[in-house]
Design a binder for this molecule. Structure first.
Ligand SMILES: *Cc1c(COP(=O)(O)O)cnc(C)c1O
Length: 406
């Protein structure tokens, strides 16, 4: 028998050390509360990294999980299944898209998008149109293609030769984009709000300029909505609050509320370039993930829920402003809907991790986005009582880090 007793220390003994998890081990969640192995409770502003958009243990999702779990989990793509067809139809009714490809993660959805863009350019324009334009600080996943396209070199260096034909431009720089996008460009990939890169919204004029440049040069515009999608910004997809429509959209994170699923959405014309066998997946589009995602999208596309995202956003921004009034810690609070970044000012530069640790110590789970930005990506239906309690706890955490300095 192997020893069944596990603690945080077990992590260091048995896991590949690519993560550095918090000192406590969560064992149970309900709504926006999580309990650790010692029975201590935490208010959850992290949402499993912008994933658990309907909170933990949502009763309607549990029901779908149980019902579909008793019917069919997996069948393989030699057969189709009813949940995946319903999910595709629902997403297409709610967006510009009329074709869907399902995967298991954001990185895989982006991998499919980038491969589709390369294939479309190859078939329509020939072998010389392969350049992918992306932006510094962007994040598109951890497969080798997606880290190479992502704009954070620390994630792609040290793994040998990188895929070629990728250029990185400064984010929100219209002139640089107009200069660089040309006949060699096959696709531009952009996050409507850079998430991991520091919660930086794209300027509406920047997105318009990308659309125009892509149209002028026959390049495809890919919106990576893995973090911004499924209600996070107060709209089902962030592009729906801009006057720009992408050619390809990728979505994952909140799509399964924690059950792994990702999707690439596109038009029928573009999808036709992915013929039988050109791309594929074993698990992508499995009935269990699809049934759950279908319920998630049904619940989140409700206009009342989306309005609630925008009002919670205002509440959190107000509460951050009050924390700033008391402690003088932020240079800027920004973001959209319930993807909010609070950038630390000069005095606390590089110390986001200290705030994260102090928050955990006071019973709050939150995120950072780089060394200088505190990130909030809670459940879109977070109850007001939890939100208030979370900020009361955060105030104590801020006393711990910033109190002495005042
Ligand atoms: C998280 C994220 C990804 C990667 O998703 P995984 O599911 O971790 O592969 C890609 N793009 C963006 C914008 C993300 O936030």
């Amino acid at each position: 028998m192997t020893d069944q007793t596990v603690t945080r220390q077990t992590f260091d003994e048995v896991m590949v050390p690519v993560f550095s998890p918090a000192p406590f081990v969560p064992v149970r969640g309900e709504g926006s509360r999580v309990w650790d192995a010692n029975g201590r409770d935490y208010v959850d502003f992290a949402g499993g990294i912008a994933v658990t958009a309907l909170g933990h243990a949502h009763p309607e999702l549990l029901k779908v999980l149980h019902d579909q779990g008793a019917k069919l989990w997996h069948i393989g793509n030699g057969y189709t299944n009813e949940p995946v067809l319903r999910l595709a139809r629902r997403l297409e009714a709610l967006t510009f898209a009329d074709r869907a490809f399902f995967a298991n993660s954001g990185a895989e959805a982006n991998e499919a998008a980038l491969k589709l863009a390369r294939r479309v350019a190859f078939e329509r324009h020939g072998a010389d149109k392969f350049e992918i334009v992306s932006f510094t600080q962007s994040f598109h996943g951890r497969t080798f293609f997606t880290v190479s396209v992502g704009g954070q070199p620390k994630y792609s260096e040290g793994f040998g030769p990188v895929p070629q034909g990728i250029v990185h431009l400064p984010f929100n720089d219209i002139d640089a984009a107009r200069r660089a996008i040309g006949k060699q460009t096959c696709a531009v990939i952009v996050e409507p709000v850079q998430g991991e890169g520091g919660v930086i919204p794209a300027d509406p004029a920047f997105l318009r300029a990308l659309r125009e440049a892509c149209d002028a040069h026959g390049a495809l515009l890919i919106f990576d909505e893995v973090q911004t999608g499924v209600g996070r910004t107060g709209h089902l997809y962030a592009y729906q609050d801009t006057d720009v429509t992408p050619d390809i959209l990728t979505t994952a994170k909140a799509l399964g509320n924690g059950f792994p699923i990702g999707a690439m959405l596109t038009t029928a014309d573009l999808a036709a370039h992915f013929k039988v066998g050109v791309h594929g997946t074993t698990y992508g589009g499995n009935p269990l993930a699809a049934a759950i995602a279908d319920k998630v999208v049904e619940l989140i596309s409700d206009p009342a829920l989306l309005a609630g995202v925008r009002s919670r956003s205002d509440t959190i921004k107000d509460k951050l402003a009050k924390l700033h009034e008391r402690f003088d810690v932020f240079a800027e609070v920004r973001g959209k809907g319930l993807l909010i970044g609070a950038e630390l000012n000069e005095r606390y530069r590089g110390r986001a991790k200290d705030f994260l640790a102090a928050a955990a110590n006071r019973g709050v789970m939150m995120l950072i986005a780089g060394p200088d930005v505190l990130r909030f990506a809670p459940s879109l239906v977070m109850p007001a009582a939890d939100l208030n309690d979370g900020f009361a706890r955060l105030e104590r955490a801020f006393e711990d880090v910033a109190g002495a300095a005042r």
